[in-house]
Design a protein. Structure first.
Length: 88
């Protein structure tokens, strides 16, 4: 997963720099050292993001446990909720 998120982060960083140059109507490669800089920064953030997300979910589950609520499941934004009553 971290290889995929690193690739997405690298691509986002490079595209962000290209977009920034395009918006300012500058040549895309005006400062070429910024492309790998933004790319590597994005790849680093993309590599660390799954770890940060897991730590945040663990912290939220700890808080929910202290309040007597069900924990969040991995990869889900909400605990088990029955929405069938809303569709009637």
């Amino acid at each position: 997963m971290t290889l995929f998120t690193s690739f997405i982060g690298f691509t986002t960083g490079v595209c962000l720099q290209l977009y920034s140059n395009g918006v300012r109507k500058l040549p895309y490669l005006r400062q070429p050292w910024l492309l790998p800089t933004f790319g590597v920064t994005g790849a680093f953030i993309g590599h660390k993001y799954p770890k940060w997300e897991k730590e945040l979910r663990d912290d939220v589950n700890l808080i929910r446990e202290r309040r007597g609520l069900k924990p969040l499941r991995d990869g889900k934004s909400m605990p088990d909720v029955d929405f069938s009553s809303l569709t009637k």
